[in-house]
Structures are given as C-alpha cells and as structure tokens.
Design a protein around this ligand. Structure first.
Ligand SMILES: C=CC1=C(C)c2cc3[nH]c(cc4nc(cc5[nH]c(cc1n2)c(C)c5CCC(=O)O)C(CCC(=O)O)=C4C)c(C)c3C=C
Ligand SMILES: [Fe+2]
Ligand SMILES: [Fe+2]
Length: 352
C-alpha cells in the first residue's frame, strides 16, 4: 500500500467563492461494467439492444457501407424475434430482467459490502449496451463526489470488442467534463492466481456433485473473428494462457481440458476450434460424458445458459453423448466475489 497518500475522508461541502456551483469531492468510485442486456424479450427491446451492440465499430469492424445494408436490411429484421425467444427461456421473471443484469447488480452490492470498511468508496455497476448506461452511472458517481474512479470491464481476457469498447465510452464521456476524475481501468486478469484458482475450485466442486465423471472438460470462450486476432488482438493469447494455467492448477493434460471458442456470428472465420463442432466430434468419437466451463464469462448469460447448457447439450446428445453438464460461471458466489474483490483491492492500491 502506498503510505504517501493522505487518508481520504467522507466529503464535506467545500468553501466556495461566490458564483461557483456546489461541488462534492473526496470519494473513490468503482464502476463494474458488463456487456449489456435488452430491457425485455419483445421484438422492439431486442432490436434496440442489438442495434446499439451491432453498430459498435469495436464489435463489427467491417466498413459501414458494407455492414449497414446487411444490418438494417437483414439482421435487425430477423434476429430480434429469434433471440428474444432465446432470452425468454432464461429471463429472470421475478425481476423482469436478464440474468446478466441480476448477477451484475448483485456483484456490485456484494462488492460494496466487502469494501464497507472504506466509507469513502462508492461501488456502482453499468452495462455497455442498454441500461443502466455507463454515461448515467458515471454522472451518478460524479454527483456523489467521486474524483477518483476505477473502471472494471468484467472481462478476464482483453478483447477490443469488450474491454476497449467499455473504456472508449468512459473516455468519450470525460471529453465533456470540466473537472475530470482521476481514472484507472482494470487490466486483464486472465492469469491472476486468484482467478485461476477460483475456476479450478468451481470445476472440482461441480464434478464432485455429479453422479458421473466427464472424460473431457471443455473450456469454452466466446470467439472473435480470426481477422481481429490477425490485426493484433491479444484475446486468443489470454484465453490460451488461462487454459494452460487452469490445466496446470488441476494437474490435467491437454486431452482432459480442451480450449474451444463459441458464439460465431456472421460468415467470417472465427477463432478455432469451434465449441459446437468439438462437442459433436467428441460425441461421435465415443466420448459419453462431457462437462463445459465458460471461464471468459464472469456471469451466466444467454451465451452460457442457452447456447452452452441447452444448444450444445442437444448437439452432444444427438451425436451419441450421454451425460452433459455446464459448469456455472463464478457469478455472484463467494468464489467469484473473492476474485472481484482481490482485483479491485489491488487496482485501488494507494487510493484506499
Ligand atoms: C461480431 C460480433 C461479436 C463479437 C466480436 C463478440 C465478442 C464478444 N462477446 C462477448 C460476450 C458476450 N456476448 C454476448 C452476446 C452477443 N454477442 C454478439 C456478437 C459478438 N460478440 C451478439 C450479437 C450477442 C447477442 C446475442 C445474439 O444476438 O446472439 C453476451 C450475452 C449477453 C446477455 O445478455 O446474455 C456476452 C456476455 C465476449 C466476451 C466477446 C469477445 C471476447
Ligand atoms: Fe458476444
Ligand atoms: Fe450465442
């Protein structure tokens, strides 16, 4: 801990010269940011969400003249209804929201409780696409008197389409500020021992709860187009390193824990091997018991609860597999919160 930083206290109204608007200061803000979520599963909400998502140049890097006719002519006319039906199968009906929003809120609340010994810290949460927006929550942190802000894009592995686009929105907002907060962004933590250990423990606990044991466990990461990797995105390297460290921590070989990439979108080649193709090939090769962990997702969402647990489970069974299980994400459980807390405390070093 940096001992040269003076202790910070709960803000008191400053003595201001006449004509100066009231300002609060002296607090530290932590903003957890996850990908995003539609407000509802209806076509209109889905379209609004997908439009915001798929017009992001960090997500689809194609020239706009090529992409927009496809997006507005085809994708936004067909995908909202279809994906809305998928979201409906995982929707948190009690709160009328997606699981991703429920988990992210809970992570924010639990992190605040874990940092309660620091009364000058405010924890908040936001979504890159949809609500609550980064802009809205950054404004709330400012109003609360946060003049130091830590942004935590909730992605262990860095990708321009996830981490960078969160930071872009934050930086863009600061362009408009007269009094900018001091800013830190959480770096990728794909090789953090606390994270790797939490993943290993979640595998061990989950397997211990099963009446059968998998011959193979897949570590399935969200993919990116191969062209992004060729342009220098470190994402693939980060995923491979997480996988290697996890294997080492478990004492398993490459056949027992295999790395794959899921959620292809569009006609381009994406990072390989593909999860769905691997699941099918494994079943066809005689593997009867398969478990899948999704280490790149901090929280369960459509891509894990539906695409992995349901779609890939069906692929496995249709191809001759017998037992299939999705190992839940770390979510807001104690293992997951230990990781979030460890990363945040480290990155707040010198500020609290
Ligand atoms: C070219 C398109 C996409 C890239 C690149 C991409 C990268 C990427 N995404 C995640 C994490 C999540 N993606 C989620 C949903 C989702 N992803 C895309 C497209 C790209 N993602 C779409 C169109 C969607 C929406 C659903 C759909 O229409 O298929 C989600 C789930 C959100 C939820 O509310 O449940 C997550 C999480 C990562 C980590 C990543 C790159 C590393
Ligand atoms: Fe995605
Ligand atoms: Fe998907």
């Amino acid at each position: 801990m940096n001992t040269h930083v003076p202790p910070r206290s709960v803000p008191t109204p400053m003595q201001l010269p006449a004509g100066h608007p009231p300002v609060r200061s002296g607090r530290v803000g932590v903003l957890l940011v996850n990908l995003g979520t539609p407000d509802g599963t209806d076509r209109r909400s889905m379209r609004r969400y997908l439009e915001e998502f798929l017009t992001d140049r960090r997500v689809i890097e194609w020239p706009r003249a090529l992409w927009y006719p496809i997006l507005y002519g085809i994708v936004l006319n067909t995908r909202p209804a279809r994906k809305g039906r998928d979201y409906a199968t995982i929707w948190n009906k009690e709160r009328n929201e997606s699981p991703l929003r429920t988990f992210t809120r809970s992570q924010g609340e639990q992190l605040a409780a874990r940092l309660s010994a620091h009364p000058n810290v405010t924890v908040d949460w936001a979504m890159r696409y949809g609500r609550p927006s980064i802009d809205e929550r950054m404004a709330a942190l400012k109003d609360a008197g946060c003049d130091r802000v830590l942004i935590f894009p909730l992605y262990p592995q860095y990708a321009a389409s996830t981490t960078a686009t969160v930071n872009d929105v934050v930086y863009r907002r600061l362009l408009k500020e007269r009094w900018q907060p001091a800013l830190r962004t959480v770096p990728p933590y794909h090789d953090d021992p606390a994270y790797v250990d939490a993943l290993a423990r979640s595998i061990e606990t989950h397997l211990a709860s099963l009446p059968w044991q998998p011959e193979v466990v897949l570590a399935s990461f969200h993919g990116i187009p191969k062209s992004y990797f060729e342009k220098g995105d470190p994402y693939h390297c980060h995923c491979m390193k997480t996988g290697r460290l996890l294997r080492e921590r478990l004492g398993w070989d490459k056949d027992r824990l295999r790395i794959t990439f899921q959620s292809r979108f569009g006609p381009e080649e994406w990072l390989q091997p593909y999860t769905d193709k691997t699941v099918e090939a494994l079943a066809k090769s005689g593997v009867k018991n398969l478990a899948v962990i999704t280490p790149g997702f901090v929280s369960d969402c459509l891509e894990t609860l539906e695409e992995i647990a349901v779609e890939n489970g069906e692929i496995f069974h249709h191809a001759g597999g017998v037992n299939f299980s999705h190992i839940p994400c770390l979510n807001d459980g104690p293992l997951g919160m230990d990781v979030v807390e460890a990363v945040v405390r480290r990155e707040l070093s010198g500020w609290i």
